[in-house]
Design a protein around this ligand. Structure first.
Ligand SMILES: [Zn+2]
Length: 264
């Protein structure tokens, strides 16, 4: 019999969930223990397989760390992380390198890389919004780069668009697909046939691109990109070619460019 954590509550059915390397079973308050055991036994092979996958994922995430010389994805291609003694955090276009100062801990390297990703995502996505807005005949009122893990982008009813910095890891044509998807929500605030027709006008092969986005999602989920607060604030204090204040200034510029008052 598999080990499990039993949570009884005011519910009518038995439900099973694999989470954090454990099997959790939810059952009605009065359910007999033998009935709960029988329900678990019935799905034992499937549950064992799910648990094994979950534990493997937790181990892969725990083993994930970034060091000098490792490569990271940016717009669908791998680039090495290079140490620049006394240097700044920047993306070196000429050499194709993620440059971070030398002698940083893996945790700080990760924080610096994430900081750089956010900067690069802001720059690239602002450009793609500007490109696609006139093609759809819409415009956003605001634009944010977020830490979202579960979603690549979102559009609010106020036409404020957000993208996860993680999107900048995807191929350019996948990034475009997400940008068009969010912009199409200004026309159709749902996932109706009319919505997909709008997307399809600009991205006829959106299905194939979304399939590739799902496989990127699985890859990123096996990597622990969480940055603790302390490392994030230390990374912000690392000198950067685009300092956080310069980044915010860029951002303010994008917002001005993107605002409808400017006729776009
Ligand atoms: Zn959507």
């Amino acid at each position: 019999m598999m080990d499990y954590t039993l949570i009884r509550s005011n519910r009518k059915t038995i439900a099973m969930q694999v989470k954090d390397g454990k099997l959790i079973v939810r059952a009605p308050i009065k359910a007999a223990k033998r009935d709960v055991d029988a329900a678990v036994a019935k799905f034992e092979p499937e549950l064992e397989a799910m648990l094994k996958n979950n534990i493997a994922l937790i181990e892969r995430r725990a083993a994930f760390s970034l060091n000098y010389g490792d490569t990271v994805l940016y717009r669908g291609k791998e680039y090495p992380i290079a140490a620049r003694p006394g240097g700044r955090v920047c993306f070196d276009d000429a050499n194709g390198e993620f440059c971070v100062p030398s002698n940083l801990s893996p945790e700080l390297i990760k924080a610096a890389v994430v900081q750089l990703y956010k900067m690069l995502a802001g720059r690239h996505l602002a450009g793609r919004l500007l490109h696609f807005q006139p093609l759809l005949g819409v415009s956003v009122t605001n634009f944010h780069i977020t830490n979202a893990k579960g979603r690549w982008g979102s559009m609010s009813r106020r036409k404020s668009v957000s993208f996860s910095w993680r999107l900048i890891l995807a191929d350019d044509d996948i990034i475009d697909c997400v940008v068009v998807h969010e912009l199409a929500h200004i026309k159709e605030f749902n996932h109706s046939k009319a919505f997909w027709a709008e997307v399809e006008k600009i991205i006829p092969d959106w299905r194939e691109r979304e399939a590739r986005l799902r496989s990127l999602s699985r890859k990123i989920n096996a990597e622990n990109w969480d940055v603790d607060r302390k490392a994030a604030s230390m990374a912000e204090s690392v000198p950067s070619a685009d300092s956080p204040s310069a980044y915010r200034r860029h951002f303010a510029d994008y917002k001005t460019i993107l605002s409808p008052q400017n006729g776009i």
